[in-house]
Design a protein. Structure first.
Length: 183
């Protein structure tokens, strides 16, 4: 049995809209990677402010950047404004990107999703945080995304080493981690 052309077009249009919606929604779906445990008892207000990136696994959106930092501030609706900044030495200019993060559930659990590009989100899981909110280890949607953050541009070498060892225990491949120049 053949469908009339108008019925076929309606079905094809509906299928295309459904497929596009599924693709857009899948870009919004973020979960905590297996084996990653976000910090519990997280205080978002204490986390706000500027953090300096001391180490990371490099990706195209940060490739070649030094003096990288992230500034977080709470929005009235409970989301978090994220402003990432880094210096591109090859162009001798600063690059900046603004995004928005949302908690995956309870805000006392440091599991968020962050977007810099419309409806597409990536994971942001604070997996280690010292009591003074001075250093943090962050894992993204997978252990392929990793950042070591600090309120200071430098920390003692033994503390840096201990944090990187902790990251390795969490499944981070330290061979891929680069130390970020901050000065």
């Amino acid at each position: 049995m053949r469908l009339p052309r108008s019925s076929f077009l309606r079905i094809a249009t509906f299928a295309a809209i459904a497929a596009g919606t599924a693709i857009a929604v899948s870009g919004c779906a973020v979960s905590v990677p297996v084996g990653v445990k976000p910090v519990v008892g997280f205080d978002a207000r204490r986390y706000m402010g500027t953090w300096y990136e001391l180490a990371r696994i490099d990706h195209r959106f940060e490739k070649g950047l030094t003096r990288t930092s992230a500034h977080y501030s709470l929005n009235d609706d409970g989301t978090v404004k994220v402003v990432n900044r880094g210096f591109d030495a090859s162009r001798q200019e600063w690059r900046e990107s603004e995004g928005r993060a949302r908690f995956l559930g309870d805000p006392s659990i440091a599991a968020l999703k962050v977007s810099f590009f419309g409806p597409f989100y990536g994971g942001y899981n604070v997996v280690s945080l010292d009591d003074g909110y001075q250093t943090a280890l962050v894992v993204g949607s997978s252990p392929e995304y990793f950042w070591l953050l600090s309120r200071s541009k430098q920390i003692p070498a033994d503390k840096l080493k201990a944090l990187l060892e902790k990251a390795q225990d969490l499944g981070i491949d330290l061979r891929r981690v680069l130390l970020v120049e901050q000065e």
